[in-house]
Ligand binder design. Structure first.
Ligand code: M6R
Length: 365
């Protein structure tokens, strides 16, 4: 049942405040203001390395998770798409655990990667939405996302719930490894607790602007997404979402890679969507935007109030979000990214919930 929504995808986008809150409460003790140490059945304190693998949107969630585990838990992460991971013959030395991320829990390549790690005697954790799935059954530790059934082929609420679990696990690992101070932990928990209410506000406030923008975007054949740090996986996710449902060609790049190739494509016919909260990478990303502007590229900037105040560059559109903690940013920035893809596809008249050539669950290689 789509409720008042035109598509399941739209309904699922709007469910995010609720399902993210629900998922977070599984890993965070809101009353105490701390992560639940016993929510992780992985001995993070004694690991040298974590291997992660997934496909598609779940892989991009994992990429964000890599930044978090490395920054907050000082735990090196090895991550790859499952179709490569399973054949890499990667050495899996002693103190290593593996973490797989999957909405369906049935993705063939992810399952094969899991079995490879299992054969090598690694402890297996899985962030899964479908509790009865094969991947959930074959894992030592199951970290549920409480997103509820996701019907739209384009993953939305599963992604932000995966990010929620990864944020909590990185903090749990940081606490277990003694790399996260109590002050940082309580500050981040507070930020996460407040996030769902902000999501509601943002979903309401950006909608009219994104509808107008999407009408314009639907005229283009190519779109480039740029981001740095945890906004880089968001750029990849934005490009995937747009191509999946609108069939507009889109690429996601690390902003710093612009000069190493994609800048050759920049002209007035390829809008550039820049994902840039006012974090420690902001200045660098602004200089990439200047490079785009100098070549006649049209910029769509997704930033926060500080970022909007700090740049004078002319843009096609600037989407302004509230200032949030670094741990909340990828979750918050996912919302406009999803809405841009959704509304563009609606203007193009595509089958949003059942895009051509795609299946919800990829159970063959
Ligand atoms: O069920 P999974 O999370 O394992 O699925 C992984 C990908 O197939 C999935 O995220 C796919 O990329 C989506 N269509 C993205 O919107």
């Amino acid at each position: 049942d789509k409720g008042n929504h035109r598509h399941f995808m739209e309904k699922e986008i709007y469910e995010q405040p609720e399902v993210v809150s629900h998922t977070l409460s599984h890993y965070i003790d809101f009353a105490e203001g701390r992560v639940k140490l016993d929510a992780a059945q992985i001995d993070f304190a004694n690991l040298d390395r974590l291997a992660m693998s997934a496909c598609g949107t779940a892989f991009y969630a994992g990429l964000v998770g890599k930044y978090w585990f490395e920054r907050y838990a000082r735990l090196p992460v090895e991550i790859d798409v499952a179709s490569e991971f399973r054949y890499r013959e990667m050495p899996l030395p002693g103190k290593m655990a593996a973490l797989f991320i999957t909405q369906s829990g049935e993705t063939a390549d992810t399952l094969a990667s899991l079995r490879y790690c299992k054969d090598n005697a690694l402890t297996i954790g899985a962030i899964v939405n479908v509790r009865e799935s094969t991947i959930a059954r074959e894992s030592d530790a199951v970290f549920p996302t409480l997103a509820g059934p996701e019907i739209g082929v384009a993953s939305t609420k599963a992604f932000t719930c995966q990010l929620s679990v990864l944020a909590a696990l990185a903090m749990i690992a940081g606490r277990a490894r003694g790399t996260l101070t109590l002050e940082d932990e309580t500050g981040m928990v507070q930020a996460l607790v407040e996030a769902p209410r902000l999501f509601n506000d943002v979903l309401k406030s950006v909608q009219p602007q994104i509808e107008t923008l999407s009408r314009e975007l639907s005229r283009f054949k190519d779109v480039l997404y740029l981001g740095r740090g945890t906004s880089f996986p968001l750029a990849l996710e934005g490009a995937l979402k747009l191509k999946e449902i609108s069939y507009i060609h889109a690429e996601g790049y690390a902003a710093g890679e612009l000069k190493h190739g994609p800048i050759a494509l920049i002209d007035e016919n390829m809008p550039v969507i820049v994902i840039a909260p006012h974090d420690r990478h902001f200045e660098k990303t602004v200089s990439n935007m200047q490079e785009v502007a100098a070549r006649g590229g049209q910029i769509i900037l997704i930033t926060d109030e500080k970022g909007a105040a700090a740049t004078t560059l002319e843009t096609m559109s600037t989407i302004v979000l509230p200032v949030v903690d670094d741990i909340v940013a990828p979750l918050l920035y996912a919302l406009p990214v999803q809405l841009i893809a959704y509304h563009t596809a609606v203007f193009m008249g595509t089958d949003v919930d059942q895009p051509r050539n795609l299946a919800k669950s990829v159970t063959v290689e």
